[in-house]
Design a protein. Structure first.
Ligand code: FAD
Ligand code: EPU
Length: 340
């Protein structure tokens, strides 16, 4: 396999940031992945980027002096079933939303609340994608991954992935050590609908849905998301730029005294998870624009590229927001998006 030189990554990241990859290659089969890792082993060990859909990445330099390997592994198959479940093995380069639609068309239940999340199946365990009361960890049986240093395929059970809110072992202990090649999902033959989250019930009513099924839940989620999240094909973004922070119950009560409209969700450890979008809006950033970078006017947690922003412009805005939220609420925001 040959490495392509000086490739623009603008169309490969949902922020639409222009950056040049010094070395770039696409792998469409495991053999192609093995071949390229064999060929450039030392250089890949030194520095590389496994690229999926580029929907959770912000490139901050004009030149990316690393080997970029774009994952295009394809394939979806049922490998076993029991009375209640299908076990569906999905290659890491499949598009997430297309996979969700495939599940809905086949009557495989569980992923419908995760409709319309951009990116690839292989990236879904990395930050344990989640939306509308479901996280992908609830549906993953195991993850197959290629260890770059050892050049071996390894299998991670759900427990071994150490999933947490927007977190997994692939972001911590094993960061940049593995290429996720396949994910095995355990999907239900009999749906258990999770419509309790926020706007889903309301949306189903507005849509006049009386017959609840996985397609109607998916349609409702798609409608809600489309009403407030910018479409990256039109306006560059990477979804939530920051994670929702957890604070102590005491701090939550203190903020509530001055801001009775704050909402929080209790965590098992007694802390309270609050909405970073609310904090950012309260601090006055919603709809703010500085040059080509901005804070979305319908969802303050989403930073946007008006068209020609550089990655560092977006990053600088994120720094200002972090410092402002620290000043106003004494809460440190953590970025969800991977900064490169
Ligand atoms: P990339 O951005 O390409 O990569 C992300 C990270 O994972 C990088 O560090 C990359 O190196 C690594 N990586 C990717 N693939 C592999 C692999 N096969 N092996 C090893 N490492 C890999 N996220 C949510 O959780 N919930 C949401 O509701 C949500 N909504 C979004 C809405 C919009 C409009 C956008 C733009 C983004 C949203 N996101 C959401 C974030 C994003 O879609 C997810 O994080 C998604 O899983 C990223 O997939 P990707 O293939 O684009 O990953
Ligand atoms: N809110 C505001 N102002 C805003 C935005 C939000 O006050 O500008 C308030 C809302 O009114 C609501 C609360 O914040 O009370 C939560 O808002 P929303 O339901 O839009 O969800 P979120 O917490 O902002 C999280 C995820 C999203 C996921 C949605 C739906 C994180 C970091 N983000 O957003 O995931 O789609 O819930 O479940 O957890 C992503 O990770 O990229 C992402 C988009």
């Amino acid at each position: 396999m040959t490495l392509l030189k000086n490739i623009s990554l603008k169309k490969y990241n949902s922020f639409g940031i222009e950056t040049i990859a010094r070395d770039f290659s696409i792998f469409q089969s495991q053999d192609e992945l093995f071949e390229i890792v064999d060929q450039y082993h030392d250089r890949i060990l030194e520095s590389h980027l496994i690229l999926g859909g580029g929907s959770n990445i912000l490139f901050t330099s004009q030149l990316l002096d690393t080997i970029v390997l774009k994952n295009e592994l394809k394939g979806i198959q049922i490998i076993k079933e029991d009375d209640d479940h299908f076990y569906v093995e999905v290659a890491a380069g499949e598009n997430w939303h297309q996979f969700v639609l495939h599940c809905i068309n086949n009557g495989w239940a569980g992923v419908e609340n995760l409709s319309l999340i951009p990116g690839t199946v292989g990236a879904s365990p990395i930050q344990n994608i989640g939306a509308y009361g479901v996280e992908v960890k609830d549906l993953i049986d195991s993850v197959e991954a290629y260890h770059i240093a050892d050049r071996t395929i390894q299998n991670f059970t759900n427990a071994a992935c150490a999933f947490d809110y927007r977190d997994s072992i692939f972001k911590t202990k094993w960061k940049n050590q593995f290429v996720i090649t396949k994910v095995l999902f355990r999907l239900s033959k009999f749906p258990i609908f999770k419509t309790g989250y926020g706007a889903i019930e309301t949306e189903l009513k507005n849509m006049g849905i009386t017959d609840l099924n996985i397609r109607s839940v998916s349609d409702a989620v798609i409608k809600i998301r489309s009403s407030k999240l910018p479409d990256p094909a039109i306006i560059g973004n990477a979804g939530s730029f920051f994670k929702n922070p957890s604070i102590s119950k005491e701090q939550f009560e203190t903020i509530k005294q001055s801001h009775p409209d704050i909402t929080g969700y209790p965590n098992k450890d007694g802390s309270v998870k609050i909405a970073a979008g609310w904090l950012i809006e309260k601090a006055g950033w919603k709809g703010y624009r500085e040059g080509e970078a901005g804070c979305h006017s319908l969802q303050a947690l989403v930073l946007i590229n008006y068209g020609h922003a550089s990655g560092s412009e977006i990053f600088d805005l994120s720094e200002k927001i972090i410092s402002s939220i620290n000043q106003v609420f004494k809460i440190p925001l953590e970025r969800e998006v991977n900064i490169l």
